[in-house]
Design a protein around this ligand. Structure first.
Ligand code: MG
Ligand code: MG
Ligand code: MG
Length: 306
């Protein structure tokens, strides 16, 4: 059994690329690839799987002695527990090259594009295969999610072409209308604790001797984001020591305005952010045009901290 698995705090790309790439591997060689997940589904992904009738991937608590294909990440800090005791057979990713090490040569496909699901789509296409409608729906959703429906600067023409082709297979008639429905389901925050909100989409990074975490909440509702800014600022400051990082950042992203407010906690976090985002407004870290953690937030933070 080979498990295809994305990062912890899985997003729609980590789940749907795992589903899609497992389907691809099984179509190629009738092998025994199976999609797995390294954590709980977020509300957006729950909506996507229900919408297309896709099964929830199996939860993998430990990767020890397992055969793995990693999708949508290649950093140990983001991977399923005990990844260093697993056999990594392949990696498909669209992030910077991290610190995963392997004992043997592997197939490692990294592309500087908007979404891992686009790479999965290319694998199907290059081999004259077509994903089934449900899988195509999941892959299309992953692209819309990662690229904020083509608004993110990480989005490339390849991503848009893939999403449009997948939408056809999946029977999605109006991509933007579907994306809106998906984002709305994903930003359903009612009943969630501040801790759950922080960890809905959260990643840890290391730069120099500093470990920092960056969460992201995307919404189309300005009032909701303003309210979150207050509650999350207090929560992150009060609970700071529980999170096991030197600095904590949370991006509150307004999808329609294509901008984010950055909430920070931890010694030196505000100074770091102000150095990293020199155009930020003085009273609050309002980052105009910033929507991508990967491309617009982590590189400048890492540069300041290194
Ligand atoms: Mg991801
Ligand atoms: Mg991704
Ligand atoms: Mg994401």
């Amino acid at each position: 059994m080979t498990y295809v698995i994305g990062h912890k705090n899985p997003d729609t790309d980590s789940i749907c690329s795992a589903i899609g790439y497992a389907a691809f591997k099984n179509a190629m060689n009738a092998g025994s690839a199976q999609a797995a997940r390294a954590g709980e589904l977020n509300p957006e992904t729950t909506f996507v799987l229900e919408h297309f009738g896709l099964p929830v991937p199996e939860y993998l608590e430990s990767a020890a002695d397992k055969d793995l294909i990693l999708v949508d990440h290649n950093e140990v800090a983001q991977a399923v527990d005990d990844v260093n005791d697993a056999r990594i057979l392949e990696i498909l990713d669209h992030h910077k090259i991290g610190d995963i090490q392997t004992a043997e040569p592997i197939y490692f496909r990294a592309m500087p594009i908007g979404c891992t699901a686009t790479i999965v789509y290319l694998c199907f296409k290059e081999n004259d295969l077509t994903p089934d409608a449900a899988t195509a729906g999941g892959l299309c959703s992953a692209i819309l999610s990662d690229t904020l429906a083509f608004r993110s600067p990480t989005c490339t023409p390849l991503d848009q072409e893939a999403a449009e082709a997948l939408a056809k297979i999946a029977g999605i008639e109006d991509i933007q209308a579907y994306a809106k429905q998906m984002f709305k389901a994903g930003s359903e925050l009612a009943g969630k604790s501040p801790k759950e909100i922080l960890y809905m989409d959260f990643k840890k990074f290391t730069a120099g001797s500093t470990t920092y975490g960056v969460g992201q909440v995307t919404s189309m509702d300005e009032d909701e984001l303003a309210e979150l800014s207050k509650t999350m600022t207090s929560y992150m400051n009060e609970s700071f020591s529980e999170h096991g990082v030197d600095m904590l950042f949370l991006l509150l992203t307004n999808i329609l305005e294509e901008s984010s407010e950055l909430v920070v906690a931890g010694e030196g976090a505000e100074e770091t952010a102000k150095k990293a985002f020199t155009s930020a407004e003085a009273d609050r870290l309002y980052l105009k045009g910033v929507v991508s953690r990967k491309k617009q937030v982590v590189p400048p933070l890492t540069e300041v901290l290194s």
